[in-house]
Design a protein around this ligand. Sequence first.
Ligand code: ADP
Ligand code: MN
Length: 175
Amino acid sequence: MVEQGSQRKRPNILVTGTPGTGKTTMSSALAEAIQLRHINIGELVKEKNLHDGWDDELDCYVINEDLVCDELEDIMEGGGNIVDYHGCDFFPERWFDCVVVLQTDNSVLYDRLSKRGYTESKLSNNVECEIFQVLLEEAKESYPEDRVIALRSDTIEDINMNIATLTEWVGNWHP
Ligand code: ADP
Ligand code: MN
């Protein structure tokens, strides 16, 4: 039987982590540096209405995971994408060649999210999410462990190092 391998010529990267860890900042810089397509799932959901309304309690859209996956299937098949979202368990495993989990020191994260004007409950929910490494666990449960990499994102220097690490990784990637 012929194996149905991936046809993509460039890898797809998923960047996940608690809100405020720097996913969008790093993803957009990396995308620009090495010509990847940056897909910010939060923005896509808003733009294309891929949600089931607003959740007043959680203060965010209720993302419709099936609509998001349908929207992205062909694009992901083409490769060369960097997907940015604070969740990772509902994407098809086969989409991603590398899953990056950004992590930030709790007090640094607290300050970043306060500056965003988050409510007290949203702040504590997110800092707790970071303390308990929720996204790292979710990534390890959803993807083969050798595809998951945790990277620190406390300082600008960290961003530059992470971009260098991933640029090298993409350069060495083969289908
Ligand atoms: P996310 O997309 O994960 O929610 P953002 O990329 O929007 O996070 O970053 C949140 C805020 O933190 C922004 O103001 C950004 O400039 C800042 N920031 C992100 N990563 C770092 C970092 N490694 N060092 C310093 N500031 C950062
Ligand atoms: Mn973001």
